[in-house]
Design a protein around this ligand. Sequence first.
Ligand SMILES: Nc1ncnc2c1ncn2[C@@H]1O[C@H](COP(=O)(O)OP(=O)(O)OP(=O)(O)O)[C@@H](O)[C@H]1O
Ligand SMILES: [Mg+2]
Length: 273
Amino acid sequence: MIRPKLQTVKTHENGDGVASKAPPMVVRDLSKSYGSIEVISGLNMHVDPGEIICIVGPSGVGKTTLLRSLSGLMPPTSGSVSVGGKVITQPLEEIGIVFQDYRGSLMPWMRTLENVAFPLQGRGIGKAEREQRAQECLDTVGLSDAGQKYPWELSGGMQQRVAIARALAYDAHILLMDEPFGSLDAQTRLGLEDLVLDLRSRLKISVIVVTHDIDEAVYLADRVVVLAGKPASVVDNVDVDLGMNRDQIKTKSDPRFVEYRNRVLSEIMRVRD
Ligand SMILES: Nc1ncnc2c1ncn2[C@@H]1O[C@H](COP(=O)(O)OP(=O)(O)OP(=O)(O)O)[C@@H](O)[C@H]1O
Ligand SMILES: [Mg+2]
């Protein structure tokens, strides 16, 4: 599938004056039903250029459904998702997606470099340029030497880095991640959290992460969006004012981090009860 491009690259400024390549994303009054069952109703949210938003909420609330709607893969039943002021009706090059199950997301018969270069086929770019672009994306995620390996020769964390590189290969400015580190061990997970922060700083992209891990949500986010209800909507927006430079030990022992975590946790427990 050839994904259309929204616009030529220009920079957008977010509220903090940080220049970002990512266009703003605005979700207006979004509802989604599967058959007669309404899963999401009247949901509003926005993602400023260069922001990291974490979405949390109970299992089955509709987080994956929301992310699919944001990606353009699944049209909402009503309401809209706009990117850079245009309502999206199909997947865009500007939007990259990373799913939880890294085992199923890479093609096992293709080497790592080919996996990353694959989505660029059909864009009229020659093989050499596709591979150069793929190599740059592997460099970006710290896997410079893995290009000739097959996915099954890589650890889970490395495979998830490849999936991130592939999402970036399109020149994605908005990265959507659905529980991207859920099936990885704790130590690998911390490394990949730092990779996401680093990519945001270096590439000035926006990132939307669905996670069950409250510590992860607060550590990564500029804002945590709490979903709840049947049908689901946004019940809380927690602005996380911990600066751009975060550190697994220092940030997580900062009293403000603990305060944000407790607020998100108590909101989730309140809506669960
Ligand atoms: N394709 C589908 N057809 C019908 N119902 C669906 C479909 N996909 C999801 N649902 C239902 O919609 C609701 C929300 O599902 P969704 O996967 O979005 O939740 P989630 O918040 O991502 O859950 P989890 O945290 O377990 O991943 C659930 O009740 C689910 O059964
Ligand atoms: Mg889900």
